[in-house]
Design a binder for this molecule. Structure first.
Ligand code: FES
Length: 113
């Protein structure tokens, strides 16, 4: 089974295939910040430190909220992202603050999938 390493809170959680990063955090106390659960607030933004290839594809809501700017740096929205293998994530108060106040746009750059 895949393991999600919530490195900021120092929690490693074994999860079923195709599990949602935020849902597993809420269920098993991974401590990923969150608010809306629907891809609009940006509170659950997290950096994929390892295992990006084990994620499902970037969602429309993520393109709008994160833009190419953050997607290209390896950030995803935990509430929109599902894992199919081991993944390590982290989050940062300052980045979360920036993403939360970021205006919704459509990115012009290439997006990782
Ligand atoms: S919790 Fe609001 S965007 Fe994920």
């Amino acid at each position: 089974m895949p393991v999600i390493n919530y490195s900021t809170s120092n929690k490693k959680i074994e999860v079923p295939e195709n599990s949602n990063i935020l849902r597993m955090s809420l269920r098993y106390d991974g401590e990923l910040p969150n608010r809306c659960g629907g891809g609009t607030c940006g509170t659950c933004v997290c950096k994929i430190e390892d295992g990006y290839k084990n994620l499902d594809k970037v969602k429309h809501a993520e393109r709008k909220k994160l833009g190419g700017e953050y997607l290209d740096m390896g950030y995803r929205l935990g509430c929109q992202t599902f894992v199919n293998g081991d993944v390590t994530i982290s989050w940062d108060e300052e980045i979360t603050r920036q993403v939360k106040k970021r205006k919704i746009t459509m990115p012009k750059t290439t997006i990782k999938s």
